[in-house]
Design a protein around this ligand. Sequence first.
Ligand code: KIV
Ligand code: ZN
Length: 507
Amino acid sequence: MSEKIFIFDTTLRDGEQSPGASMNMQEKFRLAQQLVKLNVDVIEAGFPVASAGDFDCVKNIADNLRGVQVAGLARCHEKDIDTAWEALKKGENPRIHTFLATSDIHLKHKLRMSREQVLERAVAMVRRAARYTSNVEFSAEDASRSDLGFVCQVFTAVIEAGATTLNFPDTTGYALPDEFGAQIRYLMEHIPNIHKAVVSVHCHNDLGLAVANSLAAVANGARQVECTLNGIGERAGNTAMEEVVMALRTRADRLPYHTEVVTEHIHASSRMVTTITGLPVQPNKAIVGANAFAHESGIHQDGVLKERTTYEIMNPSDIGLTKGNLVLGKHSGRHALKDRVEAMGYTLTAEELDRVFVRFKEVADVKKEMFDEDLESIVMDEVLRIPEAYELLSLLVMSGSRGLPTAAVKLKVDGREVEKAVIGIGPIDACFRAIADLTETSSKLLYFAVSSISGGTDAQGEVMVRIEDNGKVVVGQGADPDIIIAAANAYLNGLNRLVFLKRGGRG
Ligand code: KIV
Ligand code: ZN
């Protein structure tokens, strides 16, 4: 019988540690809802003591989501543990996840503590956490570079103190798969009370081995894998959830384990992470990259047309990929739209569906054929919308091989109509300058990217910008069949996010 592997998702905590990936409270909640649909076992919602914003995000998720364990991170400090519990306590089976480094490098240079002190602190803090909940995870930070005898000593003691999950992180992404697997086997064989706890792994991807290391750990006794969607996370990121889950599913012949993740929601979840964080997925990324199921060579295309399994080891529909599906036209009704959106893995409130329907009709009017990708972009845009201080009322752009590119922009700024015409180096530059003047922003544009959502010259353009103001970095997105309008919307979306943060929205 195949054994269950618990999926501990840390997209909202370690994933958010990716540079520039900060998410606001509404976005974190929306992503957490998506993780519930994916049916992960544990959501690590944040690090409650880190800031008031983090505390509120964890509390909001713990208070309002059911059907999942919600975890909060805490250093081995009294205040961290108490604060984590305050944020988590209304959750269903809430988990306090406390950590302390065990490697000599960390003890000597970072903690300036002896092994005895680390052991004593770990036990005391696990005991404190266990007074609040029976669901306590202890992580030995930098475990893979620690003396294994010492890790065994710490793990044995914290199990006695009440830890029910023991996490063995490869914090620096240093381990090799055979070595990491052997380390897990060593723990399984040398910790006398190991049967009282679940062994977990948390791998970073510095050498591109996070998924391989996680699978090696599973083969040697680990039963929880910590991971993130799209593999986002500190530095080179974490184990990519979609890769571990699909590897276990696809290679069940060699890996007799299973997860309870509903894989059909993987594609939608991955898109949501990209939209929220502004971290694009490389086209050749396994499972969720744009090319993951694309066949370019004629020989491959011919093979797949004759028999899909000639070149496909997974069925695209297993991850919810419906790429290229012609969905609806401008005459389609609200019901058809709702059915399609649900089939794509999104659940919308009635009010969100109304907004999506209005936008859908607008776009379908211009673009005759609407594909799933077009619909998905509208859903993301409308669902993740934040309150708008700035709204685009009209945009007129002149550009070409002669004359100066000019943009005339009319905005609503906090309810007031304002307009301006500006000359620029190109049409986008002119448009952005006009918006910057009208909104009086002092922010800097860090990144601008435009891509096409589906094929053809009538495809919608999708623009992503990253802007920075006073050390705060936000992402803005916009989509429209006209790429200049998409760019203006993306820029305004970013500026609206900055205003939202300044006015007290959580970042
Ligand atoms: O990478 C790491 O060691 C961590 C711990 C807090 C689990 O993120
Ligand atoms: Zn980590």
